[in-house]
Design a protein around this ligand. Structure first.
Ligand code: ATP
Ligand code: MG
Length: 401
């Protein structure tokens, strides 16, 4: 029998269900990732028990029930929240969006049949072993993403699965099986009926994945990109270097849109319904990557202008060959250097203790800052105290004249 590790609290849950005459399995992404040797952050489970019964079985635990209308009860066990969903078959789909109704089933196989890809359509517990009616384990071994059942039907039911196919292929480095790919192409128009923010979420997951370029190339070749980022100019140079940007939504998106004109890029970001934080970060990259940074004073101006986006923007500029090699390092270096009064190792109180008063305090501190900016190694307490003493002396001498 196929054996897999999972935490003890999961075993506690399956045992409790078994004692109540019900089945429970780990399912979906957590099982897929475990089988790939990656420890998942959290475990999702599926059970034969109806939600009311799950609540009864775990009446002694803290429960979260806001997913009840989809058949989900979240049980907090050993301080881990575990989503437990009753085996489900999805009802008719009217508009490639949401299943019209939720129907429960007593068979795990029926629940697995509604899932999107074979590698996501397995279930496991220690008693039963692996339940794998669609060959998910084999596909996982071969690195293949394959729709469960007829791809044309499955993408008709829910076109978001097209995005998910490319997203998983980028995250897992998997090939999409040929007929699944054909189905995605044939049913791409269904993406027009999917809520834009859901497309945005999948797209961000895709481009922040370790290998986003080949998925993007495929989507572009199959004419899917216009449904995702209408008007995006993808070029080979950008695709090749995309994975060199940190896996941050703004960094990757900004880089991807770096050859697109700013007005168009704004429209694309708006259409993806991203948070203001992600969009404004991406716009900073788009702007910054067009600026060349060749020396420390340019690095300083750049760092002040782009703030927390400065390093990523400098990297984009470097990767695109706008800035010379080393530009990112220069910006990073500048950021570690002192450049505001707050960065000095002494403050107003120290200057007052040395005898300065009123206007003089600010005057002296700004002289010290000038000195430190031109020679950062002077930013040591003792050195600055002695510099401050000298400045005070000078002021006093001027007063006497
Ligand atoms: P991730 O690691 O990104 O969370 P995941 O596989 O867990 O990946 P989820 O979106 O969390 O993805 O969904 C959990 C499971 O639910 C999937 O593994 C899949 O079995 C099923 N699923 C999710 N969305 C769909 C969908 N649109 N159509 C069919 N099945 C779906
Ligand atoms: Mg998940």
């Amino acid at each position: 029998m196929y054996l897999l590790e999972y935490p003890e609290y999961i075993e506690k849950i399956t045992e409790r269900f078994a004692a109540a005459g019900e089945q429970a399995f780990i399912v979906g992404g957590c099982l897929r990732d475990s089988m790939l040797g990656k420890a998942p952050d959290d475990f999702d489970m599926a059970t034969s028990a109806l939600p009311e019964k799950t609540m009864e079985i775990f009446a002694d635990r803290r429960l979260i029930t806001n997913g009840l209308k989809h058949g989900t009860v979240t049980v907090i066990i050993d301080s881990h929240p575990v989503e437990i969903t009753t085996f489900r078959v999805d009802g008719e789909y009217s508009d490639s969006r949401h299943p019209d109704k939720v129907r429960f089933t007593a068979r795990i196989e029926d629940d697995l049949a509604r899932r999107d890809f074979t590698v996501n359509a397995m279930a496991y517990n220690r008693r039963t072993g692996l339940v794998d009616p669609f060959g998910g384990r084999e596909d996982l071994g071969k690195g293949i993403l394959r729709a469960v059942g007829d791809p044309l039907l499955r993408f008709d039911e829910d076109a978001l699965r097209i995005m998910r196919a490319f997203r998983f292929s980028a995250q897992l480095g998997f090939e999409i099986d040929a007929s699944t790919l054909e189905g995605a192409e044939a049913k791409k128009a269904g993406l027009a009926n999917i809520a834009r923010e859901r497309i945005g979420v999948e797209f961000v997951k895709l481009i922040t994945a370790p290998a986003p370029d080949s998925a993007l190339r495929k989507m572009s070749a199959l004419g899917i990109m216009p449904y995702v980022c209408d008007g995006l100019t993808l070029n080979e140079n950008i695709l090749e270097k995309l994975a060199k940007m940190p896996p941050d939504p703004s960094a990757r998106l900004g880089f991807l849109l770096s050859a697109t004109d700013t007005a168009k890029a704004r429209a694309i970001l708006r259409e993806l319904r991203l948070s203001t934080k992600i969009s404004s970060g991406a716009l900073a990259i788009i702007e910054g990557c067009r600026i060349s940074i060749g020396n420390m004073s340019e690095a300083g101006r750049f760092a002040l202008r782009f703030g927390s986006s400065a390093c990523d923007a400098a990297l984009a500029s470097e990767l695109l060959g706008i800035s010379p090699n080393g530009a990112t390092e220069l910006v990073g270096k500048w950021q570690t250097l002192p450049h505001t009064l707050g960065d000095l190792t002494i403050g107003g109180a120290d200057v007052i203790a040395l005898g300065a008063a009123g206007k003089e305090i600010g005057e002296i501190l700004s002289r010290l800052l000038d000195a430190v900016i031109s020679a950062p190694e002077q930013n040591e307490r003792e050195i600055l105290i002695s510099l401050a003493e000298k400045e005070i002396q000078k002021i006093r001498e001027r007063e006497r004249e």
